[in-house]
Design a protein around this ligand. Structure first.
Ligand SMILES: *[C@@H]1O[C@H](CO)[C@@H](O)[C@H](O)[C@H]1NC(C)=O
Length: 283
């Protein structure tokens, strides 16, 4: 990038920076569950709840194509076994792209499981699962997705837990052409979520509630006509657009993988008897 580009009107840059701690009324639509999903505190807080008759969910008004997206979540406390809180980015259609966080509840005192996945062109099967180094039900914690042309990075409170690199040059599809919305939902999955479906949801503890706040997207938004808020030169000026992991981040990522990763598709030889997925053999 040349210096002359930097002297270009500051106005252009400001149009693509979404104000921090954006308002839930302005950024999201409640999509199901009626009043089980509520926006509170002048748009600063959103809660989802689940009872025996329904879960609930919301989605972003905007579609994004690349960005750095932060959300703070406080998960269902106590006996949350059987409940699933999903928080993800997804496009539409048969060859959709998706970047997933899921939070699987557990019996009181037992850890949540956090599965992650990346779909490109309709193909997923890239689960990595983690436990967390804190109780995610006591306070809000920040779950971030950095998505730029080089990689997708999942981070928790600023600590990277997973990096999915763009290895298109090796023939591995990478999400980069389809705009995605943010979706979140809280629902009952006691047929599989906790200990493979052995532990059922305890409805006497309902309603179950998860809370959201401090949504922040530094991102390129795409309108219904397909126009992006970022031209490529504008996007290039955003630090997140070219953000890489530094050596400290890689050390922290290794710390998480060593101590908190409980499943990695890349080591699941039984699941892939014909050979591990190609990207697993690249690292
Ligand atoms: C629940 O807790 C058990 C015991 O600590 C653990 O093995 C399991 O991974 C936890 N998560 C789920 C979703 O069952």
């Amino acid at each position: 990038m040349s210096f002359s580009e930097f002297t270009f009107p500051v106005l252009l840059i400001s149009t693509i920076t979404v104000a921090s701690a954006a308002n839930f009324y302005q950024e999201f639509d409640i999509t199901w569950g009626n009043d089980r999903s509520t926006i509170l505190d002048n748009g600063n807080l959103l809660t989802l709840s689940l009872d025996e008759s329904s879960g609930s969910g919301f989605q972003s008004k905007n579609k994004y194509l690349f960005g750095k997206i932060d959300m703070q979540l406080k998960l269902v406390p106590g006996n949350s076994a059987g409940t699933v809180t999903a928080y993800y980015l997804s496009s539409k259609g048969r060859a959709w792209d998706e970047i997933d966080y899921e939070f699987l509840g557990n019996l009181s005192g037992n850890p949540y499981t956090l599965p992650t996945n990346v779909f490109s062109h309709g193909k997923g099967n890239r689960e990595q699962q983690f436990h967390l180094w804190f109780d995610p039900t006591v306070d809000f914690h920040t779950y971030s997705i950095l998505w730029n042309p080089q990689h997708i990075v999942f981070s928790v409170d600023g600590t990277p837990i997973r990096e999915f690199k763009n290895m298109e040059s090796k023939g591995i599809p990478f999400p980069k052409n389809q705009a995605m919305r943010i979706y979140s939902s809280l629902w009952n999955a006691d047929d599989w979520a906790t200990s493979g479906g052995l532990v059922k949801t305890d409805w006497s503890k309902a309603p179950f509630t998860a809370s959201y706040r401090n949504f922040n997207a530094n991102a390129c938004t795409v309108s219904s006509s397909g126009a992006s808020s970022c031209s490529s030169t504008q996007a290039n000026k955003n630090a997140w657009f070219s953000e890489e992991l530094d050596s400290t981040s890689y050390r922290r990522l290794e710390w998480v993988r060593k101590n908190y990763m409980i499943y990695n598709y890349c080591t699941d030889i039984k699941r892939f008897p014909q050979g591990l997925p190609k990207e697993c053999r690249m690292v």
